[in-house]
Design a protein around this ligand. Structure first.
Ligand SMILES: [Zn+2]
Ligand SMILES: [Zn+2]
Length: 100
């Protein structure tokens, strides 16, 4: 389900801002998340935290997996199916940088 409206204002209740260390994370409803300017299709997984650093996890809808924006690591391991549409195309790191 995609929202058709384009959210640009932080006063909008769909926009969720999370400040974690140096990272500025902004979630736009259930459509996209901006992590320090890098836009990911998915949403902030409120209530799910990284066991290593306690950061709030983000769900990447494209690769069907959660990741930690601080550790820059996928939370779910890739499955063993080499033909899997999700895991086969998943990059080693969820974010391109600057942490990668
Ligand atoms: Zn972490
Ligand atoms: Zn898979």
């Amino acid at each position: 389900m995609k929202k058709m409206k384009h959210v640009t204002q932080t006063e909008n209740e769909d926009v969720l801002r999370v400040d974690m260390g140096d990272l500025e994370i902004i979630g736009y409803g259930r459509s996209s998340v901006s992590v320090a300017g890098e836009v990911v299709q998915g949403w902030i997984a409120e209530g799910s935290v990284c066991p290593k650093c306690n950061a709030t996890l983000i769900y990447n809808e494209v690769f069907d997996s959660h990741f930690c924006p601080e550790c820059n690591e996928w939370w779910e391991r890739a499955c063993s199916d080499p033909g899997c549409d999700f895991c086969g195309l998943r990059p080693p790191r969820p974010l391109k940088g600057p942490l990668a």
